[in-house]
Design a protein around this ligand. Structure first.
Ligand code: ATP
Ligand code: MG
Length: 720
């Protein structure tokens, strides 16, 4: 048999892994060393040389996209099809199993999958039906609780509430949510995994069937599997001795970046203890990057204390130095990136060879803006473009209503966001009224209220909404555009609403909302348009969101977060915003465990680059509502100096727009517990103070309406 096609493109260690006799295998190796390639060749080897039926192979990848790429690679190696082979993410495989065994799994035949937004809506409904206060029991928090329980394999009855009142209530919600799912034939993402685990555990015959069937299970990116996924794998290979099925996993402990989502690095270490006779292969040659990029990435990751420890080398030449650019601010950073991409394309490169990687989602806004302005097609990989993100659309909807009450789409979007008790039935009544009278929803609401045709509860809630919009309009009419946006961000309730969710995702939403204020600040109204600044800004936002994303065949620059870049490679990479506070993220800098995960993320980012790597940082960035003057990230300092070349651009710096928008100083004189009076809300007491200067906020408990956050500079509070 001619196996040269399968083995020739491999080095010695890779060949050893690919052609190993049946057995458990662990390949631990650094970035770009060919782990994914080894996995593909191993599968081709099994099918072609070992004559294993495709049917008996199960391969797990980290994204659906990488699954289809992997299948393509295998089929090109085989010059034929691998029909019958299962390849997909843990979720897609679980889904497939449940479709075949819905009955045994206790599901309806046509069960539906809930995505994360649907799930949240359902949780919200459950909370309402339980008669719980939605303010005290935000749906996002309950959703997070439910999913973490499921990720740890726990049903409500298996969670120890330790007599804690809040846990008891969350469990009550979890239980009611499960019932609602069962009634509606609904399955969420975490449920897919847990359901399969329970299915296999509870059904001896079925488990035996799959153990017989899947003789070879192969997993890419093994370092990021969570507890339940690992439990699955162990169950499927069985503990029996001698084993009949084999696990072949490849991973890199230095690239474990999903600890915050429950991934367990320890799975790599435990693998050898849990399974008998694991063969371990290390790959040490990197084929992806130049010597310089590799040396730099190696030096950074060497600063982590907890590692399995490995070094990579390359036979590639040194290549170009790592370029470091100190930008004046984020606008300057973005123009620099666009200019370098233009240069790359001029020299014959493709746009799709360029990737811009950032730590947090909100950073994409300024970059997208610069790319759009220069007519450079781009695609946001694994995510939405800035103006299409849910929280941005919510905030824009408030702004749109403030600018124009007749905006029905905006009305529908936020009439009950954050939840204020305007239910689906009320909204339906408003629609009917609007239809009948041929008027806007706003006007129809007015009429329903005047004619007292709603229940007192619904009327109250709706009236509250109308008043809120009127108030926001009054309060912001004379403000500059940026302060208008900021005021509405704070007083619409969106910040509190999203702030209730926990974790990175919530933070990303809050960051995005702050970034919207920055967008408004740097917005230059079109003098020809004759529109008010707010209306002009809103049309700009609508146009940016509506801009078609380059179609699949268009040559596009790739934008993505560092997290979604895992496993990918690009000739030219920009790592932007390498600044203390942003990267490492301010929430991780103090905690040694999280700091190490940030450093791994940096390692992942740097090692995506094949030929050229740029790292950029700014001297000034608006972050969390304030101008900050960040220092360059400690990660840059960990790169040996001789590998780095600092780029200077003569005269390319533009004065920052934000300088022209200097707000008046805050009114001071407030302290905790101080009695104050507000022109509209009346008397109250200061509960909390936050921020400083023009950004200072104060929380006041008003005798009339309870606690409220206000901007000190705008609220005009009278100390009593
Ligand atoms: P990551 O850790 O980033 O997922 P990886 O270890 O999976 O990386 P691959 O993506 O498989 O690495 O390989 C990196 C690059 O090196 C790819 O372009 C691949 O085609 C190439 N490559 C891998 N092995 C060899 C080899 N033996 N000869 C030539 N090129 C190779
Ligand atoms: Mg890989």
């Amino acid at each position: 048999m001619d196996v040269t096609r399968l083995l020739d493109p491999l080095n010695e260690a890779q060949r050893e892994a690919v052609s190993a006799p049946a057995g458990h295998m662990l390949v631990v190796a650094g970035a770009g060393s060919g782990k994914t390639r080894v996995l593909a060749h191993r599968i081709a080897w099994l099918l072609e040389v070992e004559r294993i039926a495709p049917f008996a192979v199960l391969a797990v990848t980290f994204t659906n996209k990488s699954a289809s790429e992997m299948r393509g690679r295998i089929e090109s190696l085989l010059e034929g099809s691998a029909r019958g082979m299962w390849i997909g993410t843990f979720h897609s495989i679980a889904h497939r199993l449940l479709r075949s065994h819905w009955r045994e799994a206790g599901l309806e035949q046509n069960f539906q999958i809930l995505d994360s937004e649907d799930q949240q809506r359902l949780v919200k409904r459950v909370i309402r039906e339980l008669g719980l206060d939605e303010e005290k029991w935000p749906a996002r928090q309950a959703q997070w609780f439910i999913n973490s329980c499921k990720d740890d394999g726990l049903r409500p009855g298996q969670v120890d509430d330790r007599g804690d009142r809040s846990t008891i209530t969350l469990l009550e919600i979890y239980r009611a949510y499960e019932e609602a799912c069962a009634r509606g034939g609904l399955v969420d993402f975490a449920e897919l995994l847990l359901r399969v685990l329970e299915l296999l555990r509870g059904d001896e015959g079925l488990l035996e069937h799959y153990r017989q069937r899947f003789r070879h299970i192969l997993v890419d990116e093994f370092q990021d599997t969570n507890a339940i996924q690992y439990a699955w794998l162990r169950l499927l290979v069985g503990g029996g001795s001698p084993s009949r099925s084999w696990l072949f996993v490849v991973g890199d402990d230095d690239q474990s970046i999903y600890g915050w989502r429950g991934a367990r690095i320890e799975n790599i270490q435990q693998f050898q203890r849990h399974l008998p006779d694991v063969k371990c292969v290390r790959l040490e040659q990197n084929y992806r990057s130049t010597g310089t990029i590799l040396a730099a990435a190696n030096a950074v990751i060497a600063c982590n204390g907890t590692r399995l420890g490995k070094e990579l080398w390359t036979s590639h030449g040194e290549g170009e130095p790592i370029y470091l650019y100190r930008a004046f601010n984020d606008l300057d950073e973005a123009s620099f990136v666009v200019e370098r991409i233009a240069r790359w394309v001029e020299e014959g490169g493709l746009r799709s060879e360029c990737a811009i990687l950032y730590r947090s989602n909100a950073q994409s806004r300024v970059l997208e803006d610069a790319l759009l302005r220069h007519g450079v097609p781009y695609r946001v990989y694994g995510g939405l473009r800035f103006f299409e993100r849910a929280e941005i659309r919510d905030a824009l909807a408030y702004l749109r209503l403030v600018a124009h009450r007749g905006d029905d789409a905006a009305f529908e979007r936020v009439v009950n966001v954050p939840p204020r008790g305007v239910g689906a039935r009320t909204v339906e009544r408003i629609r009917e009224q609007a239809r009948a009278g041929g008027v806007a929803l706003w006007q129809a609401s007015r009429e329903l209220l005047e004619q007292r045709r709603l229940t007192p509860r619904a009327a109250n809630a709706l009236d509250g909404f109308l008043q809120l919009i009127e108030r926001l309009d009054e309060e912001t009419r004379h403000l500059s555009l940026a302060r208008q946006v900021d005021h509405i961000r704070l007083h619409s309730g969106l910040v509190e609403h999203f702030g209730k969710e926990r974790g990175e995702k919530a933070q990303a939403r809050l960051d995005n909302l702050e970034e919207l204020v920055n967008a408004a600040r740097s917005h230059e109204p079109d003098p020809e348009s004759g529109l008010e600044p707010l209306a002009d800004f809103l049309s700009h936002a609508a146009l940016e969101a509506g801009e078609a994303q380059g179609d699949a065949w268009e040559d596009c620059v790739q934008l993505m977060t560092l997290h979604s870049a895992k496993g990918l490679e690009f000739p030219l990479v920009f790592l932007v915003g390498v600044e203390e506070g942003l990267f490492p993220h301010r929430m991780s800098a103090e905690d040694p465990v999280r700091l190490e995960e940030e450093r791994r993320l940096c390692y992942v980012g740097m090692t995506r680059a094949m030929r050229v790597l740029y790292m950029t940082f700014t001297e000034r960035r608006r972050l969390h509502g304030r101008d900050t003057y960040p220092r360059v990230s400690r990660f840059v300092g960990e790169i040996p100096q001789e590998l780095v070349h600092e780029v200077r651009m003569a005269g390319a710096v533009t004065p920052p727009v934000s300088l022209s928008d200097s707000p008046p100083p805050a009114e001071g004189g407030l302290r905790l517990g101080q009695p104050v009076r507000h022109a509209v809300f009346g008397p109250g007491v200061v509960l909390r103070l936050e921020g400083e200067g023009p950004q200072a906020r104060v929380q006041v408990n008003f005798e009339s309406g309870g606690a409220r956050w206000l901007m000190v500079s705008l609220a005009g509070l009278q100390p009593l």
